[in-house]
Structures are given as C-alpha cells and as structure tokens.
Design a protein around this ligand. Structure first.
Ligand code: SAM
Length: 189
C-alpha cells in the first residue's frame, strides 16, 4: 500500500474539503468553459463530478485506490461519467492532449526533486495555448507533504520558455489547517 492510500485509510486527509474548492467556482465564472480537462492527483474528486456535471470531458488520476473508489461512487450517484485512472501520474501519457489542467494541490504532494518531471508532464499533456489552473500550497514551512510552493520557485519551475503567467491577481484560497493556496492561470506556450 502506498503512503497516500495509507493516509486515506487512516483518515489523515486534512486537505479534503468534502466539497469543491471555492477556486473552481471563481474560475468557472471567469472563463473556464466545457473542454477536455485533466485533474492530476484528484483525490476524492469533488471537482471531477462538478465539471462532468457541467459537460466537461474530464480525465482524472490518483495513486490512492480508495480515493478513486470514492470518486467512482460519486460519479455513479450523480449519473455522470469521466475517465478515471487509478495509478501514478508519472506513468500516464494521454492519447490526445488536453485543453486544460486543473492542478489542485497535487504539486505540493510531490517530492521537490520530482517537480521538474511533474512540470514536464503538465507541459506534454496540454495543447499549445492550453490553460493550467494551478493552486500553489503556501505553508511557509520546511519539509512535507504538503511541500511549500514558494512563488519564486514556481516562477522558475513554470518558466517563460514553457508558460505564460496571466496578469490576474492570484486567488486566495484558505484551508481548514490555516494554510492557504494561491490560484494562478498559466498558458502553455
Ligand atoms: C494534497 S492531496 C489533494 C487531493 C485533491 N486534489 C484535493 O484537493 O482534495 C494530493 C493527492 O495527490 C495524489 N498523488 C500523490 N502523488 C501522486 C502520483 N504520483 N500520482 C497520482 N496521484 C498522486 C494523492 O493520492 C492525493 O490524493
């Protein structure tokens, strides 16, 4: 059993809102419209169900089988469908690239030495001009997970050779833990 599955089974899921992130509603009001969208590290996937309900073609992946089982049941209960993959995102390669990616605190779950590989996957998965909706976790602390997503480090990771950062002010998204996320839209070059 992997570490993430253990966390779900032990109920150590402080990040789980049991509802959609308020960031999703903001982005839906401000231009995110039905398209082919990927959600890496989707967890229990409240956003997957909401986007599927709104007519998005959603693909979602998570490494924790019990989170995926929860999501499958929620999709069934809502009578909507999505492509759901139980596995490691580093092994995933889509047949057709996506128009958008919704990155909700998956990056902060990944070891910092894997961040370059993660950025490369997001870049490969998107069409040119595709949008990355990213929620960067702010902990201000050493260690993790969740690993702090320092904004200067994010600018360096998602650099101008691959990504254009939108000029919008970031979304401020508080968590129950007192930590917060900052939401940015990036456009794949
Ligand atoms: C902080 S949680 C966020 C979950 C969900 N996005 C949310 O906001 O509720 C990070 C998620 O990433 C998943 N994850 C971590 N490493 C992964 C990997 N290599 N491949 C796929 N999923 C992964 C974990 O199982 C966990 O569900």
């Amino acid at each position: 059993m992997n570490d993430w599955e253990q966390r779900y089974q032990a109920g150590e899921t402080g990040w789980d809102r049991a509802a959609c992130s308020p960031a999703l509603a903001q982005w839906l009001e401000n231009g995110l419209s039905p398209c082919r969208i990927m959600i890496p590290g989707c967890g229990r996937g409240y956003e997957v169900v909401e986007l599927a309900r709104r007519g998005f073609a959603v693909t979602a992946i998570d490494i924790a089988p019990s989170a995926i089982a929860h999501l499958q049941a929620a999709l069934h209960a809502a009578d909507v469908t999505a492509e759901i993959i139980s596995g490691d995102l580093f092994d995933y390669k889509p047949d057709v690239p996506f128009d958008a990616i919704y990155e909700q605190t998956c990056l902060c779950a990944i070891r910092p030495n894997q961040r370059g590989a993660y950025e490369a996957r997001l870049f490969e998965w998107l069409n040119p001009g595709g949008r990355l909706y990213a929620l960067f976790m702010q902990t201000g602390a050493e260690g993790g997970p969740p690993f702090h997503c320092d904004l200067l480090a994010m600018r360096k990771l998602f650099d101008a050779s691959h990504w254009q950062w939108s000029e919008h002010l970031p979304l401020f998204v508080p968590q129950r833990s007192g930590r917060f996320e900052l939401g940015y839209q990036l456009i794949r070059q």
